[in-house]
Design a protein around this ligand. Structure first.
Ligand SMILES: Cc1cc2nc3c(=O)[nH]c(=O)nc-3n(C[C@H](O)[C@H](O)[C@H](O)COP(=O)(O)OP(=O)(O)OC[C@H]3O[C@@H](n4cnc5c(N)ncnc54)[C@H](O)[C@@H]3O)c2cc1C
Length: 595
């Protein structure tokens, strides 16, 4: 049976010792008023308890049982409804939400660890609250005051859920092709008619109402993506006083049978004269949806990290216990019939790829969440702008790299278990199955790479890029003379040099022919991600060295951090060379080849 232990020490290391989030309390950043060591540790402990004791025990059973469908009703696996009740009663849905609607207004950077733990413990469970938060954001940012008052409080307290309804059979990536119609009524509402597919949590039995955010076209809509509008369409009508009225023409036609996340319903949703209200401006729905989706992309990235973490934890334990073969230098445990797997270089290589990804990615997730807090809550224009540029650049990188690596790490976990990883009993194959979808939804990873080379890289002659390159280059300059840091600054310097070279190549060649940028995009995104991760590892190495000097009782933790930083700099950073070589070969071998 797999196990899950929340990586509390690692969260505390990053929050307290690397990012020092407490400094934002002194700086007076909204939401940080009560942030201190005690609050951080209490939140992490409570989140860990929920994930370890309530959500994780339902993960394998939920996968085995799956969701069921009967005459339009969807039933979640045993225990999920009760777990959801526990989850909302503990106030987790309101964590970062605006107090004006019943939220706690706490920082994103403290919410991020909870999200990661949920993704490790039970990814399917996390889908409903995750999507509700996305829908909350869309209404919060673009809805009228009346719509906000009517819908947000119940979404914030979790009594109602929210879902995102974009995809139709003929369109996923290219939303300009949608055919769902919105017909205006005299009272300012709209009738929505059409069908959506693949709607996660479109129907389920854990909440009293489901608030659908639906993309549809008005009769006078221009063709393509410029003609899409966003509507809030409740499953059960919501009266002006907030009470629930009649059924609203929203029904679930069927659910999909799929590779992973079996405990998350993926629904065909039909809207037949369903009444809804416009959110934001007419024909500007995609823009409204995208402001929200950018944040949702970060959270999908965390799904990759969460699954990677649990795959790593279990693979590590297994590698320490499973006896096979002997150490190549001679028996390490001569009293045993064989040595444990962990003595073998290839097993160690796989474990270190897993570990260096999880810990580096955790640091990037938290640093990005902190930038989001600054962007949303600071009053300093320059600080807001810099934070925004960083988040804009990192979003496609984090979404695609974390989810690609999430799947790779889950596969490595399975490999370490050998045949025992492929069978169900040990739980490893579930992580590989569950991880796969995160590479596809919320903008498939190829689309993230196009966003990086098409929008983020060229933006105002590289202003988004500078939000990363400048501080990372300054870090190298600042610590160049520190001999303890030499191996880490050297690794980071190399990573930055490769990333700069690749950026220049893509910018120069992409300008003349967009196929050049597009053909290079996926390799470029990975190369950039490695550079960003190297910056994360260099910052952690610095904090670990400080820790060794100031807190010798925990030196094991800090030394292990340095070992992993070393592995990343020496074994992962050099993989950039292969990516760079591929990039500069250009688009011709791709575009001119006969298929
Ligand atoms: C389990 C599950 C849950 C989902 N949940 C939701 C949900 O809650 N709400 C919702 O609205 N949707 C949801 N989706 C839909 C999901 O977001 C889409 O499947 C995804 O956006 C891809 O669209 P598609 O499947 O139509 O593939 P397509 O758009 O047909 O793309 C196929 C492939 O072609 C690539 N491609 C497409 N266009 C281009 C291009 N211009 N350049 C280069 N490559 C391109 C894509 O990257 C992809 O690899 C879900 C899907 C699944 C399977």
């Amino acid at each position: 049976m797999p196990q899950f232990r929340a990586p509390i020490r690692d969260f505390e290391f990053i929050l307290n010792e690397v990012l020092n989030v407490q400094q934002y309390k002194e700086k007076g950043l909204k939401g940080f008023e009560d942030v201190d060591d005690n609050l951080i540790s209490a939140l992490l402990d409570q989140g860990a308890k929920l994930c370890e004791e309530v959500l994780f025990p339902l993960n394998q059973s939920g996968d085995e049982q799956g969701v069921s469908f009967d005459k339009g009703n969807v039933t979640l696996p045993d225990g999920f409804k009760e777990a959801y009740k526990t989850y909302i009663e503990s106030g987790w849905t309101s964590f970062t939400c605006d107090p004006a609607y019943g939220g706690q207004g706490l920082p994103e950077v403290l919410n991020m660890p909870i999200i990661e733990m949920i993704c490790s413990a039970n990814l399917s469970f996390g889908m409903t609250p995750g999507l509700t938060h996305g829908a909350y954001n869309a209404i919060y940012m673009h809805g009228s005051d009346e719509i906000k008052q009517r819908y947000l409080p119940k979404m914030v307290d979790g009594t109602w859920s929210g879902v995102m309804c974009l995809t139709e059979p003929q369109c996923g990536t290219d939303l300009g092709l949608i055919t769902t119609k919105a017909t205006p009524n005299d009272d300012g509402s709209y009738n929505i008619d059409g069908s959506k597919i693949f709607i996660s949590s479109g129907e389920q039995d854990a909440t009293e109402n489901i608030i659908h955010l639906v993309l549809a076209k008005l009769p006078d809509a221009p063709d393509g993506v410029k003609g899409i509008s966003l509507f809030v369409v409740p499953k059960m009508w919501v009266n002006e006083d907030g009470s629930i009225g009649d059924a609203n023409g929203v029904s679930c036609g069927s659910i999909e049978h799929k590779m992973g996340i079996h405990a998350s319903p993926t629904c065909v949703m039909n809207y037949e004269g369903a009444k809804g209200y416009l959110v934001g401006q007419k024909h500007k729905g995609l823009r409204a949806m995208f402001t929200m989706m950018n944040e949702a992309r970060l959270y999908v990235g965390i799904q990759g990290l969460g699954l990677a973490e649990i795959a790593y934890q279990n693979a590590l334990e297994y590698a320490k216990e499973r006896l096979q073969g002997r150490d190549l230098h001679g028996p390490k445990y001569p009293q045993k019939k064989a040595d444990p797997l962990i003595v073998h270089p290839d097993i160690r290589r796989m474990l270190l790829i897993m570990k260096s990804f999880c810990e580096g990615a955790r640091m990037l997730a938290l640093q990005t969440a902190l930038k989001l807090d600054v962007e949303k809550r600071s009053e300093d224009e320059q600080e807001i702008e810099q934070a925004d540029h960083f988040v804009q650049l990192i979003t496609p990188i984090l979404k695609a790299y974390f989810t690609d690596m999430g799947h790779e790490v889950a596969n490595l976990g399975m490999q370490i278990y050998g045949g025992h990883g492929y069978i169900r009993e040990y739980g490893m194959e579930q992580y590989a199955r569950d991880a796969r979808i995160a590479q596809i939804y919320e903008g498939a990873n190829g689309i993230q790479a196009l966003d990086l080379v098409g929008r983020k890289l060229p933006k105002d002659t590289g202003k988004y890029l500078r939000s990363f390159f400048h501080p990372a280059t300054e870090f190298v300059a600042e610590h160049r003379e520190n001999s303890d840091m030499a191996e880490f600054t050297k690794g980071l310097h190399t990573a930055l040099k490769n990333a700069q070279q690749a950026s220049l190549w893509v910018a120069a060649n992409g300008m003349g022919d967009p196929n050049e940028a597009a053909a290079a995009s996926v390799d470029y995104l990975k190369l950039m991600a490695i550079a960003v991760m190297a910056y994360m590892w260099a910052q952690m190495a610095l904090a670990a060295q400080k820790g060794i000097k100031e807190n010798s009782s925990d030196s094991e933790f800090y030394e292990a951090k340095l070992d992993t930083a070393r592995f990343f700099m020496k074994k992962v950073v050099p993989t950039q060379y292969g990516l760079l070589a591929t990039i500069v070969e250009g688009a011709k071998p791709v575009m001119a080849a006969r298929l």
